[in-house]
Design a protein around this ligand. Structure first.
Ligand code: AMP
Length: 213
């Protein structure tokens, strides 16, 4: 089973993909996580992608497509996969369809998480993450002086460098120009389901799972 989670930056794709993957025993594959890890490790890949990420631009397709297709090969047929943040443009979507088709496979479902732009900017500019478990928190929680690290695992909380206001604006612009057109691409393939992305985290997870059933 191959499922794509789509939605603008700040829609909660990462959080929901992690939760739904846990509930449905699927692999969670996110290029953004792979790139952040590479940057942290200062690997060749990290050095290549860092500038794009800091500017809020997409990493070049040839790099992203190669990494995701290799990972899908590694995962094999044993487990279904949630793709979170891939594809992000038409070239990536076609490359993915073609690669799956060669193996007589296909995307099963695409879930589009809908959130108003005002709410996205609010969420991204107040978002803190745990360095260890990647759980997100809002600044009202993270700035609490009585809090010693992540409430879940005690890890250090930090803000993503690409969550600064000017980069957030660029990421949203890139999303609406490059990624949003894929909504129609998958709607035309009758694979799209829309899910309302505002509300409590658990409530949204339940909506996502219902949408996949
Ligand atoms: P995310 O964690 O999904 O918000 O992604 C963080 C950053 O990683 C993006 O702003 C891009 O620079 C890069 N990135 C993630 N997914 C892709 C993709 N499918 N294509 C190109 N760049 C990507």
């Amino acid at each position: 089973m191959y499922i794509i989670f789509m939605g603008p930056p700040g829609a909660g794709k990462g959080t929901q993909a992690e939760r739904v993957a846990g509930e449905l025993k699927l692999e969670h594959l996110a290029p953004g996580d792979l790139f952040r890890q590479a940057v942290k490790q200062e690997s060749d890949l990290g050095n290549e992608v860092q500038g794009y990420m800091e500017r809020g631009e997409l990493v070049p397709d040839e790099i992203t497509i190669r990494i995701i297709l290799d990972k899908l090969d590694d995962i094999g047929d044993e487990k279904g996969v949630i793709l979170d943040g891939f594809p992000r443009n038409y070239i990536q979507a076609v490359a993915l369809d073609e690669a799956l088709e060669k193996q007589n496979k296909a995307i099963d479902r695409v879930v589009n998480i809908q959130v108003e732009q005002k709410e996205l900017v609010r969420r991204l500019s107040s978002r803190w993450l745990c360095r260890e478990c990647q759980s997100p928190y809002s600044s009202s929680t993270a700035d609490n002086p009585c809090l010693d690290g992540c409430p879940g695992c005690g890890g250090e909380l930090y803000q993503r460098t690409d969550d600064k206001p000017e980069t957030v604006a660029r990421r949203l612009e890139v999303y609406y120009k490059e990624t949003a057109p894929l909504i129609d691409y998958y709607r035309n393939q009758c694979k799209l389901v829309e899910v309302e992305g505002e509300g409590g985290v658990e409530e949204i997870t339940a909506r996502m799972i219902r949408a996949l059933e």
